[in-house]
Design a protein around this ligand. Structure first.
Ligand SMILES: [Fe+2]
Length: 311
């Protein structure tokens, strides 16, 4: 851990990001990432045209279910919003630091657009079911969203590889599995259409993280592996197990209102999962991610949470 801190301090002392443009290396090099970029271009969609907004039938739901869905989908907009400043921040970092292959840069450029569509869809569905909520009722819960991921992505002390491991492979990975669960349980056609589009985009976003890490991990010296491990463990212990994605993991019930809303949204088929379903998703994610990280030389410690158990 000391070496991780020392390495970060040393990198922060070096000159700030400087552009060295040439040569550009525009030819495909990381073929699987180039393929994700090509797939993203083909999958381009438009929230206006591809979501059947007009077919939503509010009369089919009780007032309580609609109120719950307002909060569930507003909360989703709050987390999705994080991807908008975060994606260009990683993109700029990779453009200025890695003058190698262009494939990740092209992929991230498209991802940034997709993040805007995700925010738009979540906000718009919250409006459709009754009205978007501007912020969490509990200020302590609201604070959990102010992570400033873009600032961290810009911090020269944090290596790009550690950032992508912790925030793309881990955080986006958990997010994807939760969305898959919400989609499995959504019976409302508009909610299901949104979730399906978001899941398809997120599958590429997470795949990007893993392809990138697998490629880079081949060259990691022990110090880099230690830093990657430390950043992943920080994100799991200090964000995910504190309720960043699963509101019921937040301490002192600061997100009780969201937890109750998600249960009711789930029951109405409006696009959420129950606590039990999210718990099962998380446990499976931890088991699979632990193995996947081990395969690239990263061994994670175990975690314990009173509501989730040992993972
Ligand atoms: Fe997103």
């Amino acid at each position: 851990m000391v070496s991780v801190t020392a390495a970060r301090l040393q990198r922060r002392r070096s000159p700030p990001l400087v552009e060295r443009r040439f040569p550009l290396h525009l030819e495909p090099k990381l073929i699987s990432i180039r393929a994700l970029y090509e797939a993203a271009k083909k999958a381009r969609w438009d929230p206006e045209r591809h979501i059947p907004w007009k077919s939503f039938d509010a009369a089919g739901y009780e007032a309580g279910a609609l109120a719950a869905a307002q909060l569930s989908w507003s909360r989703r907009a709050w987390t999705e919003y994080g991807g908008m400043p975060e994606t260009p921040a990683i993109l700029i970092r990779i453009c200025l630091e890695h003058n190698g292959e262009s494939d990740p840069k092209m992929f991230l450029t498209v991802r940034g657009t997709e993040e805007a569509w995700h925010v738009e869809c979540c906000w718009r569905f919250a409006e459709l079911v009754g009205g978007y909520r501007q912020a969490p009722a509990n200020p302590d819960y609201a604070e959990l969203f102010n992570q400033g991921f873009h600032r961290k992505a810009f911090d020269p002390g944090v290596s790009v590889d550690a950032y992508i491991a912790a925030h793309v492979a881990v955080q986006d990975g958990i997010d994807l599995e939760l969305y898959r669960s919400h989609l499995r349980h959504a019976t409302d056609p508009v909610a299901a259409a949104i979730l399906k589009r978001l899941v398809q985009d997120k599958e590429r976003h997470v795949a990007f993280g893993w392809v990138y890490l697998t490629e880079r991990a081949k060259e990691w010296p022990a110090a880099v592996r230690d830093e990657v491990t430390a950043e992943i463990e920080h994100v799991l212990g200090d964000l995910e197990l504190q309720g960043y994605h699963c509101a019921w993991l937040a301490p002192s019930d600061v997100a009780a209102e969201v937890v109750a809303a998600d249960e009711a949204t789930r029951k109405a088929g409006l696009g959420a999962s129950s606590v039990a379903e999210e718990g099962a998703v998380l446990k499976q994610w931890f088991a699979e991610a632990r193995t996947a990280f081990k395969n690239i030389g990263v061994t994670l410690r175990s975690f314990s949470h009173k509501r989730l158990g040992d993972v």
